[in-house]
Write a new protein. Structure first.
Length: 697
């Protein structure tokens, strides 16, 4: 079971972050002609069934099963029927595979419904919109990666599910139906996990060294204070003060020039934890409450910790409020901080790093305000929605009802199987210890393991309560409003004044979504984008920019409109000195609008080279490079990245994209060593070659 939960944790993180390059790669690898054919067949089935009633509506019904299509951006990780085309192996670990297979069987036996998974052919925000606008929904129930929901809501392509609420009325499945947003319940939850956000963790062994934390010779840990009902904001502040005093001049064990901090974190997640511990939310079940007293008081608390140097975030630079993405999790693993809000998908690795040094990692719910009792129902641990699902417009009422019943049976069965119980929510009880161990927490320690285990259970929850992270304006709140207020950037006042002054920007963003939904019309809200053609953006010094065919280097496209004529693109090259050799980052600034009026912008570096250069470029192979596998497609090998350390011209411009390989002597069918000649041509036409021995094995 440990491997299954590890897979689930990595899978959940793979989807939340932002994303995103992995998803695109996954889609490209799996959306071949076979998938396209399946998509066409599914659409034909849906079109036929939307005109009449579904073929079956209950257990024991005769006839062929009704097909309900679940959409995903990662078929290998979601579809139990998926097999690796080369190895024939499934894409998920055995325990998860068994649970999904039993879920399929249960849906078929109880409802005579066959679940099919289909991978989106492109970005979910474009693929779903395009299909709904064409009145041919590509799937029945769409899986949405965490963070896409707000944009998708603004497209008005989902059905409100309020009238089907009775399907999820029992206690064991009520968590599946999401909260009301913009006047309706649009989203379905499907993930049960103990760690739904970035929990507060600490290095137990570091705490043991602080004598000021001891009573009667024994360390009083955060989990002790929590169990005693004493884990409050003032207690945490006092705790951090003692830790900070002890570690003020001590260096960390890995990067020995880096001092140990009391509490290095990502302030954005700490703020959300503090707000919910105070009974508030940025955007929760009661709508936008980022300006409520609960939120203002919580931010004031963490601002105080920062002003006293008890809490800090390592940022990309002094001129930005944005912390380095997941740096705090890696730094905790390296022993550079005593407390942090742990990045869930780095938790296991951090725990292993600590264990390798003979240290232990603990976890505790975020402390509450001093004026709230420990059992006050307002005190919450923040739970993000992460991935969710939704029903597309275009399905008949009968098909929608059947799809939701199938959804309930499917996910109930998955968690009942994983819990080995007749209740899905027993998953939390049955899998707690294995999951805690998998996240790296030392719950087997004879001295404090049981207490850490209780604290771990204390951070768990099944129903999301914070939706700012999936809204289009979420980054604006975390960075522009919250971050600038904490660091005093761009003339920002403290948070209370900053949110009052800028709340209207958030309200305007939400009003746009509300207007689209109330109109009843689906809307294209996806901006066009730009992609490079693979030709380096390089022009000779002295070139008149008006004569350059910029579409040789860059193309404009839109998910709905397709390729956009480059004549519609606004080009700005004012930052480039075309008479001076050099590389101009962001020198090619582009902007274009699609048919719906959405504007996309991009900028690219421009190289201005010396056309009179007569010096050959230089090329050097890596000191160690990989072998080629027997029967590997040599034409698909990235010779520049895999085999070349450096390829530059006399002015130092990178030429890796201009490397070609002569593979005429390479026989990938027979093990051995073969010569491969790599040739690089600079922008002025000068060439250099290098022959390297390549092993086929």
């Amino acid at each position: 079971m440990t491997s299954t939960l590890k897979w689930k944790r990595l899978f959940a993180a793979f989807i939340v972050l932002a994303l995103s390059v992995t998803f695109v790669i996954g889609c490209e690898k799996s959306s071949g002609s076979e998938t396209a054919a399946t998509d066409e067949e599914n659409q034909e089935t849906q079109a036929t069934e939307s005109e009449g009633a579904a073929q079956t509506t209950g257990a024991g019904a005769a006839g062929e099963p009704t097909v309900i299509v679940f959409g995903t951006h990662w078929q290998a990780g979601d579809d139990p029927n998926w097999k690796d085309p080369v190895t024939g192996e499934p894409g998920m670990p055995p325990e998860q595979l068994l649970a999904r297979q039993k879920a399929q069987e249960a849906v078929l036996n109880e409802l005579n419904v066959e679940i099919q998974w289909v991978q989106y052919p492109s970005d979910v925000r474009e693929a779903l919109l395009k299909s709904v606008l064409a009145n041919a929904p590509i799937v029945d129930i769409a899986l949405l990666w965490g963070g896409s929901q707000g944009t998708l809501l603004g497209q008005n392509i989902f059905q409100p599910l309020d009238e089907y609420e009775e399907i999820f009325s029992d206690e064991d499945s009520a968590w599946m139906l999401g909260d009301e947003m913009f006047g309706g319940k649009y989203f379905l939850n499907y993930i049960l996990d103990f760690v739904n956000a970035w929990p507060l963790v600490y290095n137990v062994s570091y705490l043991d060294k602080v004598d000021a934390l001891k009573e009667n010779g024994r360390t009083v840990y955060p989990h002790d204070l929590w169990k005693q009902g004493k884990w409050t904001w003032s207690a945490f502040e006092d705790y951090l003060t003692k830790v900070n005093e002890y570690y003020a001049n001590k260096m960390s064990p890995v990067r020995t020039d880096v001092p140990i901090k009391a509490f290095q974190t990502d302030y954005r997640y700490t703020a959300l934890q503090a707000i919910h511990a105070n009974g508030g939310a940025v955007y929760g079940a009661n709508g936008l409450t980022a300006d409520a007293p609960e939120a203002k008081k919580a931010v004031e608390y963490i601002d105080k910790l920062m002003s006293k140097n008890l809490m800090m975030s390592v940022r990309y630079g002094e001129d930005t409020s944005v912390p380095g993405w997941t740096w705090n999790g890696s730094d905790f693993g390296n022993g550079e901080t005593v407390f942090t809000n742990m990045v869930p998908w780095l938790s296991n690795g951090a725990g292993q790093s600590l264990a390798a040094r003979g240290e232990s990692m603990g976890v505790v719910p975020f402390p509450r305000p001093d004026d709230l009792a420990a059992d006050d129902p307002k005190v919450e641990q923040v739970i993000f929605p992460g991935n969710q699902m939704a029903v597309l417009k275009g399905l008949s009422k009968e098909k929608t009802e059947l799809a939701l019943k199938a959804y309930k049976v499917y996910w109930s069965t998955v968690y009942k199987t994983l819990a080995n119980s007749d209740k899905a929510l027993d998953f939390f009880e049955k899998q707690a210890k294995n999951t805690a161990i998998n996240y790296g927490f030392d719950v087997t320690n004879e001295q404090f393991g049981d207490a850490v285990m209780e604290a771990f259970i204390g951070i768990s929850g099944s129903s999301p309560n914070e939706y700012a992270t999936i809204m289009p304006w979420g980054g604006m709140w975390t960075d522009t409003i919250l971050g600038n207020s904490l660091y005093g950037l761009n003339g920002s006042p403290k948070y209370a004044g900053a949110i009052d002054a800028q709340k209207n920007v958030i309200v305007d963003s939400m009003s746009s979504i509300e207007q689209t939904i109330s109109s009843g019309v689906s809307k294209d809200n996806m901006p066009p984008s730009f992609s490079t053609t693979g030709v380096p953006i390089a022009v000779a010094a002295g070139t008149d920019p008006a004569t350059v065919q910029w579409d040789t280097f860059v193309k404009a496209q839109d998910g709905i409109d397709g390729e956009i004529p480059f004549a519609n693109v606004a080009v700005d090259t004012s930052a480039v000195k075309f008479d001076s050799v050099g590389k101009y980052d962001g020198g090619l600034a582009l902007a274009v609008k699609d048919a719906a009026g959405n504007e996309g912008k991009a900028s690219h570096a421009v190289i201005v080279y010396d056309p009179n250069n007569a010096t050959a470029p230089t090329i050097a192979a890596k000191a160690e490079y990989r072998a080629v596998k027997v029967d590997e497609d040599a034409s698909a090998i990235n010779w520049a990245n895999d085999f070349v350390e450096q390829a530059v011209d006399k002015d130092g411009f990178d030429l890796k994209s201009k490397i070609t390989a002569d593979i005429g002597s390479l026989d990938v069918t027979t093990p051995g060593t073969y010569d491969v000649t790599l040739t690089v041509t600079d922008f002025a036409g000068n060439q250099a070659s290098l022959t390297i021995p390549v092993a086929v094995e």
